[in-house]
Design a protein around this ligand. Structure first.
Ligand code: S3P
Length: 430
């Protein structure tokens, strides 16, 4: 159990957040299926990305690591070897789903297992569309892990996606790379495009038109690259929100990824009236910049389906911002939250209610009545084993008038092992 202290003097200073989780996963994966060395700098050394690294080691790929620098020795798709035992995906949905696309075209079978949260998450959303490419995945009868990916030669396809998911899209792209002809994947809504951008960098022919029609030319010769992982906007978001809602704060987050498929939280902050400025930095890879925020009074907001993919992981924070705003806010079209590490509609509502916030649960979102100050009715906050819920609680606690506690705070190691150290530094307590 962790004690959470209010930040009575506000938050101040400059911080470089850890590397982007989505990009770190993909850098290992692309390094493994490419030829030659891939050097990854500012790799996110959290539990989820370590699950990806370990899985590839068990598939025969040599990977060296020194803190946040990782060197992958790739020999192409054809050099992946059968694993001696089931691959443990830990808590990582991204590892599991992207891996399914990579393994679908291998000449062997692989079993994937995961922790209790991952075992509850839907996997038919990947196994079904992969069938269009000739993929074969056996799941438990509940459509969940354990999964047995039975590798086969794959064929090309045109596939219209029915869920807005970058994980599913990426799995299909990995299958399409191994197919016998050109494939087209049509997204329901545009989602994060890190797989596409990184594949182009590694030498694949992959194009996107109308923001959501992706064409993949198969059997590219992929060559290892140097990948500089930018700061994770999903981690930066906790401090952007903290700097906004905690009085007397001003802080800067450096070298944060500003890929437009990920910046919905910045749009929300701006629409709500947050004092935020961005300094874009020159880069050869994905866009990045320094973001400065100051404490601000907030207006309520309505967030609907079209915006959800660009802030899917930040929705707990949008709810927290709304809980501080001057009026009623509404989030809809966010039913995907129900199948994250926890049912994030349920867990967010439960945690905000402990703080005394009036929240109504909707099937696909929530209605939140904002208040300048809260009357805390239960001081024992809980991560529910979900890293992003634990960090949302810790940010909320900065604004409370008294100490609160957080149970199962270790869940935060999934994506941000140094979160509390960074928080204490900005609060002037280190
Ligand atoms: C991710 C995609 C999103 C996101 C997850 C990471 C990725 O999941 O929530 O944290 O790296 O592709 P969905 O594809 O399920 O929306």
């Amino acid at each position: 159990m962790k004690t959470l202290l209010p930040a009575k003097n506000g938050l101040h200073g400059t911080l470089m957040v850890p590397g982007d989780k989505s990009i770190s996963h993909r850098a290992i994966m692309l390094g493994a299926i490419s030829h030659g060395e891939t050097m990854i700098h500012h790799f996110l050394n959290g539990e989820d990305c370590r699950s990806t690294m370990q899985a590839f080691r068990e598939l025969g790929v040599v990977i060296e690591q020194a803190d946040n620098d990782v060197l992958v020795h790739g020999h192409g798709f054809n050099h992946l070897r059968p694993a001696a035992k089931p691959l443990n995906m830990g808590n990582s949905g991204t590892t599991t789903r992207l891996m399914m696309g990579i393994l679908a075209g291998t000449p062997f079978a692989t079993t994937l297992v995961g922790d209790s949260s991952l075992q509850r998450r839907p996997m038919e959303r990947v196994s079904q569309p992969l069938k269009a490419f000739g993929g074969e995945i056996e799941l438990a009868s509940s459509g969940t892990l354990p999964a047995k990916v039975i590798g086969h030669p794959l064929h090309h396809a045109e596939y219209h996606m029915t869920v807005a998911s970058a994980q599913v899209k990426s799995a299909l792209i990995f299958a399409a790379l191994q197919a016998d002809g050109k494939s087209t994947i049509i997204e329901k809504l545009p989602t994060r495009n890190h797989t596409e951008i990184m594949l182009q960098q590694f030498g694949a022919e992959i194009t996107t038109s109308n923001e959501r029609i992706i064409s993949v030319t198969p059997q590219p010769h992929l060559t290892g690259q140097v990948v500089e992982v930018p700061g994770d906007i999903s981690s930066a978001a906790f401090f952007l929100v903290a700097g906004t809602i905690v009085p007397n704060s001003e802080l800067t987050l450096q070298r944060v990824n500003l890929n437009p498929t990920r910046t919905g939280i910045i749009q929300v902050l701006q629409k709500m009236g947050a004092k935020l400025s961005i300094e874009e930095l020159p880069t050869k890879g994905e866009p990045l910049g320094n973001i400065t925020v100051k404490s601000s009074e907030l207006q309520p907001i309505n967030v609907g389906a079209a915006m959800i993919p660009s802030l899917i992981d930040e929705l707990p924070l949008v709810a927290l911002l709304a809980a501080c705003a001057n009026g009623q806010s509404k989030i809809t079209g966010a039913e995907e939250l129900r199948v994250k590490e926890t049912d994030r509609i349920k867990t967010v509502v439960e945690e905000l209610r402990k703080l005394g916030v009036h929240v109504e649960e909707l099937p696909d979102g929530m209605i939140i009545d904002g208040q300048a100050t809260w009357q805390v009715c239960n001081s024992q906050l809980a991560s529910h084993g979900d890293h992003r819920i634990g960090m949302m609680d810790a940010v909320a606690a900065l604004k409370a008038s008294d100490e609160l506690t957080l149970t199962d705070e270790k869940a935060i190691n999934i994506s941000y092992p140094d979160f509390f150290t960074d928080l204490e530094t900005l609060a002037g307590r280190n």
